[in-house]
Design a protein around this ligand. Structure first.
Ligand code: HAM
Length: 418
């Protein structure tokens, strides 16, 4: 027996409707916000993530599924969707189209992490990315979209936390302040943080090691170092959230786990699913496209993890819509009956009705039992009498009543219910 790889999950036939509900909701939110779907490969050149996600992040340092392909190229399974979306934008010349370019995606993503509840090695994201607008209204719209998505899923008790991590200008001064703060304690910090100290001190604030967390407790806060432009941008974003009555708190400790962010960053956090409570995270990334070799194009987006959304929905008892309409089951008594049953279900299926018949050579009694297990709404049994009369009894399973209907009229009867 070969088992499923650690940190991955199967979606079983009985639960896939829950996934479809989340995905359908994602698509319908994307539609009303006018985001168009994009699809990028599951694997990209490793370089894209090194440059895009950032060499000082855990994602790049510890978690990437990287391998050499048979042509000797270094390939990586995408650990997230933003870098690929940015590459798609640049490579396909979307910069020449009217701005903003509003995109969304549903994608698997891969990170070699220690699996636990809500943390997998293969997981799935619904993400949106907006390219071309530097305006704070766009930050607000992206947060509205995330909020609307969560609401439509019946997830109402997440906390929205926002922060601004500034731009290149304010970051310079802030990095200097962080270095001053951490320098005396450097020896007591983990090796990764000592490296981050040189390359990207902001990232130290995202370290998961207890000793580093303790040291960074009183570190200078980025919000005190924002330049005028970043400060006014953040203020406007907050005012739009206020106007829309979206509740949030400002949390200066949110730096996010990926290096491309500038200005606004945000997370929707649930307290219902344990340690991995961040169901959705995102922010602005105004320098990424240029860093990847494109023009300077401001951008912002978010991604929500579908597995975590499902965990929250299950824990708060959110309503998943009923599984699809139950089928009509057409049973057969003998070989001629079987032919007619096949013909009948095929005619109904062509018209979009969920119809089922026997594929197991079961007796009539066993077919009835199976129809009941399937939750069939109606059952018809076809034998010699039915073939002669050209009509069949449709038995309504809920109340046991039955009506004789001509074969040609079954569809109309099912649609109209009389
Ligand atoms: P992220 O915060 O790394 O951001 O991931 C976004 C979401 O993906 C998380 O909030 C979580 O729900 C889910 N997620 C991440 N890692 C795992 C995991 N190992 N297992 C299960 N779920 C996970 C990004 O990926 C950015 N690309 C978001 C973004 C888009 N920023 C701007 N645009």
């Amino acid at each position: 027996m070969i088992n499923i790889p650690k940190g991955t999950k199967d979606v079983l036939p009985e639960e896939s409707y829950k996934w479809q509900f989340v995905e359908d909701t994602a698509r319908s939110v994307a539609e009303v916000f006018n985001y168009k779907e994009i699809r990028t490969p599951v694997f990209e050149h490793t370089e894209l993530f090194l440059r895009g996600v950032g060499e000082t992040t855990d994602v790049v340092n510890k978690e990437m599924y990287t391998f050499e392909d048979k042509g000797g190229r270094s390939i990586t399974l995408k650990p997230e969707g933003t870098a690929g979306a940015a590459r798609l934008f640049i490579e396909n010349g979307l910069g020449a189209t009217p701005m903003p370019v509003k995109t969304f995606y549903l994608t698997p993503a891969f990170r070699y992490e220690r699996p636990q509840k809500g943390r997998l090695r293969e997981f799935h994201q619904f993400g949106i990315e907006v390219f071309g607008s530097p305006a704070p209204e766009t930050d607000a719209e992206v947060i509205f979209a995330a909020s609307s998505f969560l609401n439509k899923l019946g997830i109402k008790n997440t906390k929205l936390e926002i922060n601004s991590i500034g731009c290149k200008t304010c970051r310079k001064e802030y990095h200097a302040a962080l270095k001053n703060y951490f320098a005396p304690n450097l020896e007591n910090m983990c090796a990764t943080c000592r490296d981050r100290f040189e390359k990207n001190p902001l990232r130290i604030l995202d370290c998961k090691e207890e000793r580093c967390k303790a040291i960074s407790l009183n570190a200078p806060q980025i919000l005190d170092y924002l330049c005028e432009e970043c400060s006014s941008h953040f203020k406007k974003v907050r005012s739009y959230l206020d106007a829309q009555n979206i509740k949030y708190s400002v949390n200066s400790r949110i730096v996010r786990g990926l290096d491309y962010y500038t200005k606004t960053v945000f997370e929707f956090v649930s307290e219902d699913i344990g340690a991995q409570g961040t169901v959705c995270g995102g922010g602005r990334y105004d320098n990424l496209l240029e860093e990847l070799g494109g023009q300077s194009v401001p951008a912002i987006g978010f991604a929500a993890g579908i597995e975590r959304l499902l965990l929250v929905m299950e824990s708060v008892g959110a309503a998943f819509p009923e599984n699809k309409k139950p089928p009509i089951y057409v049973a057969a008594i003998d070989e001629n009956g079987r032919k007619k049953a096949l013909e009948t279900v095929m005619a109904l299926r062509e018209k979009g009705i969920n119809a089922e018949t026997d594929l197991m050579g079961r007796s009539v009694k066993a077919q009835m039992k199976y129809a009941d297990k399937l939750g069939a709404e109606y059952v018809a049994v076809i034998g010699e009498n039915e073939l002669l009369s050209g009509s069949v009894n449709l038995k309504k399973m809920a109340d046991g009543t039955s009506v004789s209907v001509k074969f040609d009229d079954i569809y109309t009867y099912l649609i109209k219910g009389d």
